[in-house]
Design a protein around this ligand. Structure first.
Ligand code: K7E
Ligand code: CUA
Length: 676
């Protein structure tokens, strides 16, 4: 075991620490003279190895000191986005997206309701409307300008319900959720094109396009996959569904996707599995999907010429499904939009090198990562030396498209890149990360290390899914850190019941060897992917402009201002104009008749950062969070008679408990409430 430390190393460690500390801006050698023995004692008492101490001092943020990077991580089944500081791995925020969130007051009466409602299932020929109040978020994507992060927006998909959300990073707030009109689920999303012109969302489990019915026996004829290109409008900050379109794909189960950049700008790549099109109606005892879907030796890397698809869309070469433009498979083939090249069966992640020259496919069942050359793909297309799959899609021979195969280890899932010409691949089965050297132009960055060679394997705990490195998905990755997003934690933390947390392990990749720095448990959801950006690239607001509505994303001219508070009754419709400021609401008493229709406007008129207030109304399921300047509107029917308190849910001041009021609802039949 590693936890054995003799006195000498402790002393050396303490001495080294003392020397190191001497270089810091916050202290000098002299100031540690008294502490060095104490430090050595703590190291001994806690049984720390030199690596432990190095990890601790590399990641510890002293009180009040901020992190250099932030990581935007999918919150998995929580349906949200998590925000971490790096290197401390402190959880800074949970941005509510697909799931109501009571801290943010998201989905309990305010703006969140309207945004969530917009992405519910609409009623249609196949069934009634359905409220969907959760999501399974997988892949966050930061907006890009010229293939670099611009820090403005974040996108995230909901695999379970086929939805995409837009988060504005000025306010860290979800502004829009769009429901895919032709598919129920997705997985290959979100990924953005190099100028965030399009946000990509790809279906996963083939089904009839348009959410209709077809029996499983008609799988090959009636089931399809698709890739949707959501047009993002930089001027408005919203996805414009009217300028968005999809491409019909064969009913292979499409997996991860990535947009090309630089060399491969204008192209998109997507993995698939179950090219065998295995399906079974469970009546004849055929094997399970896990056996049936993997019976072929190869699946297909999809190569999609987005620039040509966009031209077809603009030329009106599409059909409409549920009103949404879809370029039919036949047209995609005829107009040279879609190609395949074989990949070893059942791969998982597909990633593009920073220069867009190589497409890296992670084997999953194959111990190799396969590196395809975009130059070779173009040459293979030009050579025309291809066969066709059963739907007529050209299949480029693998020997013409592949550049290298790197034996990384067992279960390669996802790859990230640093600034020194290296790639890092998660090995799910090996519980390890493989560091390997890129070839081509990247060889110049590491002249002594052979191209496409394995450099180091480092164990992680356990079963890593995605990895995340700063700006890895851009033309300028930053290196420095890598986070291993591990699915299993087994023995790493105190057991807290049968549902185990994930383990996020922070790794230092700045030196020649990867070095483990810390473990962080996560019990809120399963992170799939994450993107990391230097904090200084963000431009985050501290307060809202006065009267800002997160529903309209505008300053409302008629937002309630101080001195204009009132209650207006028109028949049985009552409108409340309320303000909140430390430490009271105005008005504080609202008297209604049972059956009144209520519109309740409230503005937090604070200008002080951090001075948020809440508005919780007992029995009416209303819970708002109002940040400084924010205005919200709640509608409800006063269906229940009685005396209800409303109060501020945020301990905003010494007199916070007094920030409360009464909602008095007189039972129907009793004398009506006098008008104010
Ligand atoms: Cu979990 Cu990218 Cu959805 Cu792999 S995915 S782990
Ligand atoms: Cu406002 Cu407590």
């Amino acid at each position: 075991m590693k936890r054995q430390l003799k006195f000498a190393p402790i002393a050396a460690l303490a001495a080294g620490f003392l020397l190191l500390a001497g270089c810091g801006k916050r202290a000098n050698v002299g100031s540690y003279q008294g502490e060095s023995n104490q430090i050595a004692a703590v190291i001994a008492q806690r049984n720390l190895t030199p690596d432990d101490v190095l990890g601790a001092v590399s990641t510890y943020e002293p009180s009040g000191q901020h992190d250099e990077y932030v990581m935007f991580a999918s919150g998995g089944q929580s349906g949200q986005v998590l925000v971490y500081g790096i290197p401390s791995m402190r959880l800074l925020d949970q941005i509510p997206v697909f799931t109501p969130d009571s801290m943010a007051g998201w989905g309990y009466g305010g703006a969140g309701n309207a945004i969530l409602h917009n992405a519910d299932l609409a009623a249609g020929p196949t069934g009634p409307a359905m409220q969907v109040r959760w999501g399974d978020t997988h892949h966050p994507a930061l907006s890009q300008t010229d293939a670099k992060y611009d820090g403005k927006y974040l996108f995230i998909n909901d695999k379970a319900n086929g939805r995409i959300a837009v988060i504005n990073l000025h306010y860290f707030q979800t502004t829009q959720i769009v429901k895919n009109p032709i598919f129920y689920n997705d997985h290959g999303g979100t990924f953005v094109t190099p100028n965030t012109r399009y946000v990509i969302e790809t279906s996963q489990y083939a089904a009839p396009l348009g959410n209709g019915y077809a029996p499983l026996k008609d799988y090959a004829a009636a089931y399809r996959g698709e890739m949707t290109f959501w047009r993002f409008d930089e001027n408005t900050g919203y996805i414009d569904p009217k300028r968005s379109f999809a491409i019909e794909l064969p009913p292979y189960w499409q997996d991860l996707a990535i947009a090309g950049r630089l060399a491969s700008h204008g192209w998109v790549f997507c993995n698939s599995f179950n090219v065998a099109m295995y399906h079974d109606d469970d009546t004849n005892g055929k094997p399970s999907f896990e056996a049936g879907a993997t019976q072929r030796d190869t699946d297909y890397l999809h190569i999609i010429h987005l620039a040509q698809a966009e031209a077809d869309f603009k030329a009106g070469k599409f059909t409409r499904i549920n009103g949404f433009p879809v370029i039919p498979l036949k047209a995609a083939i005829a107009d040279r939009i879609l190609y395949f090249t074989p990949e070893t069966k059942s791969p998982h992640g597909v990633d593009a090198t920073p220069d867009g020259q190589y497409i890296v496919v992670n084997g999953k069942l194959d111990p190799h990562v396969s590196v395809y050359s975009f130059k070779k793909i173009l040459a293979a297309i030009a050579a025309g030396n291809y066969r066709h799959d059963q739907y007529g899609v050209p299949v480029l021979p693998m020997r013409e498209t592949i550049e290298a195969r790197v034996e990384a280890g067992l279960g390669p899932l996802h790859t990230q890149f640093d600034d020194k010409g290296y790639a890092y691949t998660s090995l799910f089965l090996d519980s390890a990360i493989a560091k390997w050297a890129l070839g081509g132009e990247y060889e110049k960055l590491h002249p002594d290390v052979p191209a496409w060679s394995l450099v180091q394997k480092m164990p992680v705990n356990y079963n890593p899914g995605h990895l995340a490195a700063p700006a890895s998905d851009t033309s300028e990755p930053l290196g420095h850190y890598l986070v291993s997003l591990n699915k299993w934690s087994i023995d790493r933390f105190d057991t807290v019941g049968p549902l185990y947390p994930e383990d996020l392990q922070l790794v230092d990749i700045s030196g020649p060897k990867m070095r483990l720095l810390s473990d962080t448990p996560l019990g809120l959801g399963e992170i799939h992917y994450a993107e990391i950006i230097p904090y200084k690239m963000l431009n985050v607001a501290r307060v809202y402009p006065m009267g800002f509505s997160p529903r309209t994303w505008q300053v409302l001219k008629n937002a309630v201002q101080s001195g204009q508070e009132k209650i207006v009754r028109q028949g049985n419709h009552v409108t409340i104009f309320m303000t909140a400021v430390r430490s009271h609401y105005t008005p504080e008493v609202v008297q209604l008749n049972q059956g009144d229709e209520v519109t309740w406007h409230i503005t937090n008129i604070e200008r002080t950062p951090n001075a948020s207030h809440g508005l919780a109304i007992s029995a009416y399921n209303v819970n708002l969070t109002l940040n400084p300047g924010e205005t919200e509107t709640v509608h409800f029917l006063a269906s229940r008679a009685g005396v209800f308190s409303f109060y501020c849910t945020k301990f905003c001041s010494a007199l916070h408990l007094e920030m409360a009021g009464y909602l008095v609802v007189k039972p129907a039949g009793a004398a009506a409430v006098a008008q104010r």
